[in-house]
Design a protein around this ligand. Sequence first.
Ligand SMILES: N[C@@H](CCC(=O)N[C@@H](CS)C(=O)NCC(=O)O)C(=O)O
Length: 339
Amino acid sequence: MQSVCGGCHAYDHGDVRKTVNATPRLRHLYDLYDIAIINAPSLDNDNLNAKTSFTNHAKIPNHHLVSRMSTKAHPDADLFPHATGLAQKTVEDHQAEQPLKLYAGWFCPFVGRAWTVLQEKNIPYQYIEVNPYHKPESLLKLNPRGLVPTLEYDNKPLYESTVICEFLEEAYPDHGPKLLPEDPYERARTRIWTDYCTSRLIPAFHRFLQYQPMSDTKGLEEARQEFLSHLKEFTKEMDSEGPYFSGKNIGLIDLVVAPWAVRLWVFDHYKNGLNIPEGGEDSAVWSRFNKWLKAVEERPSVRETTSETEKYYSIYQKYADDEAQSELAKATRKGRGVP
Ligand SMILES: N[C@@H](CCC(=O)N[C@@H](CS)C(=O)NCC(=O)O)C(=O)O
């Protein structure tokens, strides 16, 4: 590991983490950013208030923040390190130790699914930010695939966002609102459209977002229309009044799709617009879609888990240029489904 630290004498070190008298929280920060901290005795709990150490990452003097491990560097790892806006407050409110831990990346829509369910149900949980492109040991120990969200429940791991969501619904029966219908048929229908989101909507979202070259306007338009046709099919299954998918109450299907719904701005920003038709033969479907979209955008659990839009730019720019190297980006390029 190459390490440079102007303030504390620059030198190379082996496994620096072993040599620093670091608190577990600090070790977590090192894992998160692959930071080697050398000879930094002043970095202890006094410097980093235990409750807010995560968001106070900037408090670490710059000269103590030294090189990243070049051997492990992932091209997508260099992202804004923490949640912002309303999501930052939510993170701060969930730093206390809890038996239920959410290993999360603030930017991740799959995390958004589990995170909104936790918020909706007011389930006590501890939010732990990890950078899944560095895959810290703490994450890999729980989930060998190193993806977020990963849940730790009484020291046992769980992963896969939709599995986590259903688990939370079943494991915390006293925490409302109920997100899955009581009726077995309606419950099964929710699962059909959850599967539709993962197997159809998200891949089409990514084919459109990653579409290149931008000069191929015909190809771009086909990718746009493919995504719109999936959105339309999804919308046609909604309760006619709404505003949510199954009627006036929010359900799991809304929360499973919401993280991508609140990212639709990416198409205006990078792909010359989503261009939902105005008027025309499908106007009733699109007006129902817009009603649903407004309801999920305004839902407190969704707002409380969403960061400032600009902080997503550097991440989504890579997708829009088709340069992202996440498992999802690579799967999209190979024509495969969600990893
Ligand atoms: N099927 C997984 C997908 C999760 C996923 O792809 N998460 C991304 C972050 S948004 C991740 O951890 N990526 C790490 C990587 O691509 O190596 C789920 O539903 O939980």
